[in-house]
Ligand binder design. Structure first.
Ligand SMILES: Cc1ncc(COP(=O)(O)O)c(C=O)c1O
Length: 368
């Protein structure tokens, strides 16, 4: 069996080559490259897909979060609650707008923010909560939204790993006041470079975001707000429009392959991902846990099976975030996840035969 990579983006390109090449040619011939018709149409198509009212295209998922926080007026002296087991980007965005991240632990079932810990994380300065739908699994939103409502906090969903996932029958990205998406190439909906979007149902927040992404301009050359340069390119928007049409089929294929993994790995010593009854998981990653994770990873590598660790160091133990002041042992589930999680290959182009081979490798490891 040839090597099994963690992702194979060139295969996805080959499958859509005619449409994508034609799109690149169209954009080049149109001759508009920044904030033109392609971005505007993608924004309305993506908002509709997310069951939201507005989408604002921006330059990355990190800046989508930063701009969403800025649109809520979050800044210096404010605190924003998020989970300790997430991409560093979530926390980098909170710090980029001047606020202080307040980290809470995750549950080991969903790997998302544990709502039972919100009360102790609350302070006079808390302004917002950023639940992260990690690995494609929606966070337990109902208690988070209720808590936020009682305390008068904004909820900004981090949907960077969960395009198309649903919670209580509705798409993620339609629950919080705002939601941030990344179109980093490996995401379930990925661009051919960096990209991101913010969704919202609130027309005034959408208008504010449009100004904030371009120097705070409401009219050209007049900055009514202090903003950034964070625009989605026409080319990326046009290519994302093509790929958006395939997102549901790709997510469905991810779920089928995940179910095959679950079937073939049942009864092993692995802790397998759950699919909460109130949600549709879109398996951005298929993440297992194993106490001898590093040995398992090395064993699979020798079989030509590539894996990744999302993420090996929780936020509070990252050298750059030592100043947040969390001791080792203070967020035990995030620390345990960092020590035990392993992401197996899962992408729509993966074959069932490849999944069977990965599972055979894992069963061979278990024999010791
Ligand atoms: C959970 C999460 N939040 C935020 C981001 C940031 O997205 P980007 O890389 O597009 O800035 C990512 C992706 O890297 C992510 O996985």
């Amino acid at each position: 069996m040839p090597e099994i990579p963690m992702i194979q983006l060139s295969e996805q390109y080959r499958a859509l080559r005619v449409e994508l090449d034609e799109t690149v040619r169209r954009v080049f011939e149109q001759g508009a490259f920044i904030l033109g018709a392609e971005v505007a149409v993608f924004e309305s198509e993506f908002a509709a897909y997310c069951e939201s009212a507005y989408a604002v295209g921006v330059a990355s998922g990190t800046e989508a979060l930063q701009l969403a926080l800025m649109a809520c007026g979050v800044g210096e002296n404010d605190e924003v609650i998020t989970s300790a087991h997430t991409a560093v980007a979530t926390v980098a965005a909170i710090e980029a707008c001047g606020a202080r991240p307040r980290l809470v632990d995750v549950t080991l079932e969903r790997y998302t923010l544990n709502p039972a810990l919100l009360t102790e994380a609350l302070s006079q300065r808390t302004r917002a909560i950023v639940p992260v739908h990690l690995y494609g699994c929606p966070a337990d939103l109902t208690p988070i939204l209720e808590f936020a409502k009682t305390q008068g906090l904004f909820v900004i969903e981090d949907c960077s790993q969960a395009h198309g996932a649903t919670y209580a029958g509705r798409k993620v990205g339609s629950f919080g006041e705002l939601a941030a998406f990344s179109f980093y190439p490996t995401k379930n909906l990925g661009a051919f470079g960096d990209g991101g979007a913010v969704t919202t149902k609130d027309p005034s927040l959408a208008e504010k975001l449009k100004a904030l992404r371009q120097y705070g301009w409401k009219e050209h050359y007049v900055s009514s707000l202090k903003g950034l340069n964070s625009r989605l390119d026409e080319l990326q928007a046009a290519l994302l429009r093509v790929k958006l049409r395939y997102l549901d089929a790709w997510n469905q294929r991810r779920r089928e392959l995940a179910n095959l993994y679950l079937e073939l790995l049942a009864g092993t010593e692995l802790t397998l991902p759950i699919q909460p009854a109130d949600a549709t998981h879109v398996f951005h990653q298929f993440v297992i846990r194993h106490p001898q994770r590093d040995a398992l990873r090395a064993f699979l590598k020798a079989w030509g099976i590539h894996t990744l660790i999302h993420y090996p160091v929780p936020i509070h133990l990252q050298p750059a975030y030592a100043d947040l002041g969390y001791a080792r042992g203070s967020l035990p589930n995030a620390e345990r996840a960092a020590n035990e999680v392993l992401s197996l290959p899962l992408y729509p182009e993966l074959t069932e035969e490849q999944v069977r081979f990965v599972c055979a490798g894992i069963r061979e490891f278990a024999k010791g």
